[in-house]
Write a protein that binds this ligand. Sequence first.
Ligand code: G3P
Ligand code: MG
Length: 247
Amino acid sequence: MLNPPKLIGHRGVKNLSPENTLNSIELAHKLGLKWIEIDVKISKDLVPILLHDDTLERTTDGKGLPTDFNYDDLKKLDAGFSFYNYSTNICIPTLKQVLLFCKRNEIGLNIELKSNLGFEKNNVEAIAKLLSNFNFTNQYYFSSFDWPSVILMKKFLPNSYYGLLIDGFSKDISLKNTLDICEKYNFSCCGFNKNIINSDIMNEMKRHNLITTIYSEKNLKPSEANALWSMGVKSIFIDDPKEFKIS
Ligand code: G3P
Ligand code: MG
């Protein structure tokens, strides 16, 4: 059964080290986190890489779309400059490099399937291919705000675990259709924005035997995290775990 811990490092530990880089993942591990979350999409030559945004600007010194560049070019970009404000040799890692690090260090993984401006199906195919050729025996699960991506991934990798991400409810996204999809596809969890969680949602999640995870725009304080865990939240995505006692 999927069993993530109370704290999951968000994009590594994104407030302490450049997000979605090996440096950030290594630091998360050093700080005692047992699981990390990463954002994954593909390059032009279909290499699964770690990148949060649609474009390269915010987190690297590159410009444009990742799908316009082969990984050999993407890896030359500085993925540390925008964090430190000086040049670094920190680069965009591949998912394969991260799987190797996690495997060696027994780190659990949440692979978020990011949208990629029309390349979502290609993302899923390339990531599924990598995972099926890689003997990754650690616990991990896929999640996405782009629900078709997780539904498609489940067709390729039926024995992996899955979750939906929900930033807010709308006329297209209700709690009922979220739960219906989880039931239909046998998904294990839902990740909610902290701003929308409440006891009614928690009750429904428990009734459906689903794991609840919470992410937030700002790093949560231990008091806020404790309140969420008391409600029955299983895991919280954390940007900087230093104020927490990690067991
Ligand atoms: O999965 C939790 C969280 O990573 C979702 O938001 O924008 O940080 O990828 P974001
Ligand atoms: Mg993410």
